[in-house]
Design a protein around this ligand. Structure first.
Ligand code: CTP
Ligand SMILES: C[C@](O)(CO)[C@H](O)COP(=O)(O)O
Length: 375
């Protein structure tokens, strides 16, 4: 299935107060919306729906990593705009999520996606656990049976064509997309929601969200290893620096073995496979490509997932060329590409005491580690 994720964030957040709409207010050092978008990294194409006045802000925060769409005057109008934008794009399933639910987990998202394999619509919810009353003028006027009642959450997932038709047929004013789907006769499976996946609605919800994130620092360590063989040539590219040599490294791209190991370390920390998964060697456009493209992609993926890079350490293993005279320039080049302070980057080298393929000068190997931190 081809999945799109629509994140609606075009509301004004009047109940939450503050000097700016709630999706732009800071949470653990980043706008709420950055957390929400990061939660869906790798799930599918992301469309973020923004108030027309916020489009510039969206470009500044996300660059080209998501598609931006202008919202409408109600939540359902905002969703509809994004669905219309995606029509004809080949999307088969769509998840629709509130930008104001930044703490949605992979478990909740995956639960909806699994249910969509057997149902045209699925959404997470929690059973009502408190007693329910009716009340008026500050007094209880009755009790309400809570059995069979659920608290609806997002992301709500749908067959794309079905929910687009349902929105087109709906008069407007629905509380959520499940209401729109049901009005069109779709059956909706209930999946497991989470208390953590609450919607920031009132000012005190920021305190709760900060508390939840505070206890959830996520530190990752990634490891990368790569080897390229020598072939006739007059220079090698290592960590972005051209080093004169009596051979060059063989590869589909520029064969920058150090940068490849580093890129794989970042992908590894994110559990996102390796360069080959993101830039398949079978695709001709990567022939001769500067490896900077791969590293830049891995760094941006980490950022999109809410991580900053703590430090990286690259070791090049070869007899020749001698790396020492170029190591600082290599670290500076990596720092430039990654947008990091040079003090967080180490490039060093070792020989293998003339043992093995590196000792016989048949090629160069590189190992790298990277730490990623989400606070
Ligand atoms: N015209 C609108 C209204 C709401 N939303 C989005 O729908 C989600 C859920 O709505 P809600 O919590 O009600 O947000 P607001 O409308 O911003 O809040 P309020 O009602 O307090 O003004 C939010 O992520 C909000 O940005 C939207 O995209 N377009
Ligand atoms: C879509 C929703 O978040 C599901 O719980 C909810 O319906 C939004 O409601 P609100 O009235 O806009 O707060």
């Amino acid at each position: 299935m081809t999945i799109a994720v629509i994140i609606v964030a075009a509301g004004r957040g009047t109940r939450a107060g503050g000097e700016q709409p709630k999706q732009w207010q800071p949470l653990a050092g980043q706008p709420v919306l950055a957390h929400t978008v990061a939660a869906f990294a790798g799930v599918g194409r992301i469309v973020v729906v923004l108030h027309p006045e916020d489009m510039g802000r969206g470009v500044a925060l996300f660059g080209g990593t998501v598609t931006l769409c202008a919202g409408g005057t109600s939540r359902d109008a905002s969703v509809r705009n994004a669905l219309e934008m995606l029509e004809g794009s080949g999307v088969t399933k769509v998840l629709i999520h509130d930008g104001a639910r930044p703490l949605v987990s992979r478990e909740v998202i995956d639960g909806v996606l699994s249910a969509l394999e057997n149902s045209p619509a699925a959404a997470p919810a929690l059973p009502v656990t408190d007693a329910l009353w009716t009340g008026a003028e500050g007094a209880v006027t009755g009790t309400q049976d809570r059995s069979g009642l659920w608290r609806a959450q997002t992301p709500q997932g749908f067959d794309f064509d079905a929910i687009l038709s349902a929105h087109r047929a709906h008069p407007g004013g629905a509380a959520d997309d499940v209401e729109v789907a049901r009005a069109a006769g779709l059956s909706v499976a209930i999946t497991r929601g989470s208390e953590d996946n609450f919607k920031i609605t009132y000012p005190e919800d920021f305190v709760r969200a900060e508390r939840q994130l505070g206890g959830k620092m996520d530190i990752r360590l990634g490891h990368g290893y790569d080897v390229h063989a020598f072939e006739p040539g007059d220079h090698v590219i290592l960590c972005g620096v051209k080093v004169p040599h009596n051979a060059k490294l063989k590869g589909h791209s520029d064969a920058d073995v150090g940068m490849h190991a580093l890129t794989d370390a970042i992908y590894g920390a994110l559990a996102e496979g390796d360069i080959g998964r993101h830039f398949p060697p079978s695709e001709p456009q990567w022939k001769g490509a500067a490896s900077e493209i791969f590293l830049d992609h891995a760094v941006k993926l980490a950022e999109t997932r809410g991580f900053r890079i703590g430090n990286v350490d690259v070791t090049l293993i070869c007899e020749r060329p001698k790396i020492g005279p170029h190591a600082l320039e290599m670290a500076a080049e990596l720092a430039r590409i990654m947008g990091l302070e040079p003090g967080r980057i180490s490039v060093k080298a070792t020989t293998s005491e003339r043992l093995g393929f590196t000792g016989r000068e048949e090629g160069i190997a590189a190992i790298a580690t990277a730490t990623l931190i989400k606070e």
